[in-house]
Design a protein around this ligand. Structure first.
Ligand code: GDP
Length: 310
């Protein structure tokens, strides 16, 4: 059997191989996804974001175990925003999730981008499609932090789970400003610590401000490390899914996400083409130096870089 047939037959090793190819920016993997694209759409994608250290990784682990109890197959993609200069994923496959790796119904991978600039969305979305074709019921896309490019990826999930923690203090202001509106469900993790009620009030107050929609994101207090209220959180995630399906919002959302994906893929590809070349020729450093010495301005520098694709 070739790799395509093996993937369609739910072969875990074929799945792993294709995702590695995507990480290495191997176009052959993209060609395979193109051929099998009509087999996608069966998996439900949940994006998980929130500040570093809020417990996203621990929570993903517990959510996965809860779904496994219900007999669901789960794929997990953790995005590691590695610098293109250091290569490889920072965290590797995170240790605390390793017992899941032994479960045949779970596929887990940390993804970084290697080699070229950008390409993270392409690799991550590609991996999600591979998992979808492979036949998982749920895909978790989890970010390590809240950087813009990671948030852009998580935003294209069917349901976005935002993980908060008590005593965020001023951080909550920053989070509110940028990304709170992408959340469909809020989890206040580490509710075993004090301050969870206060955080809940802050989030609810914020939600009161834009209560125009017929769906209001629920706020659930959980403790991932103590495995408390995980079933309740799953219930809320499922309720959002039901809402989307019943109102046909899911079709609309997937349409919007597909559009975002195309734009992002074009953007990434163009940036890659241009900036790889500019870096290779030291063009970026040289132009910067000229600007500093007032021999050039940033606009002319931009034109010179764009000449690469002309
Ligand atoms: P991430 O960076 O968001 O993925 O966070 P991690 O999952 O790595 O968790 C960061 C730290 O918080 C770890 O030391 C966890 O053990 C701890 N942690 C996770 N969940 C809880 C919780 O519910 N309560 C408490 N007290 N600590 C937790």
């Amino acid at each position: 059997m070739n790799i395509e047939e093996r993937l369609l037959n739910g072969d875990k090793r074929a799945c792993a191989r294709l995702i590695t190819m995507l990480e290495n920016n191997d176009e052959e993997a993209i060609e395979i996804i193109k051929k099998l694209y009509k087999h996608t759409g069966g998996a439900y994608v949940i994006g998980i974001t929130g500040p570093p250290g809020s417990g996203k990784s621990t929570l993903t682990d517990k959510l996965t175990k809860e779904l496994r109890k219900k007999g669901k197959k789960v794929g997990i993609i953790a995005i590691d925003p590695t610098s293109p200069f250091s290569g490889g994923a920072i965290l590797g496959d995170r240790i605390r999730m390793n017992d899941l790796a032994l479960d045949d119904g779970v596929f887990m991978r940390s993804m970084g981008t290697r080699g070229s600039l950008g390409g993270m969305s392409k690799a991550t979305w590609g991996a999600a499609k591979v998992l979808d074709i492979y036949g998982v019921d749920y895909i978790f896309i989890e970010t390590v932090g809240v950087g813009q490019s990671e948030v852009d990826i998580v935003k294209t999930a069917d349901t976005v789970l935002m993980v908060m923690v008590p005593n965020l203090g001023d951080d909550i202001q920053a989070i509110k400003a940028g990304i709170m509106e992408i959340a469909d469900v809020f989890a206040i993790n580490k509710a075993d610590l004090s301050g969870a009620d206060k955080t809940q009030i802050e989030i609810e107050m914020n939600l009161d401000l834009n209560e125009s929609k017929d769906y209001r994101p629920p706020v659930v207090k959980v403790s991932a490390s103590k495995n408390e209220n995980i079933d309740k959180l799953i219930e809320k995630l499922m309720a959002h899914r039901n809402y989307l399906e019943e109102t046909e919002e899911l079709i609309e959302r997937r349409k919007r996400n597909t559009k975002l994906e195309i734009v992002k893929l074009v953007e990434e590809e163009l940036m890659g083409l241009i900036m790889d070349k500019a870096l290779e020729e030291n063009l970026l450093d040289n132009l910067t130096q000229e600007i500093i010495l007032k021999g050039l301005d940033p606009y002319t520098a931009k034109d010179k870089i764009l000449e690469i694709i002309k």
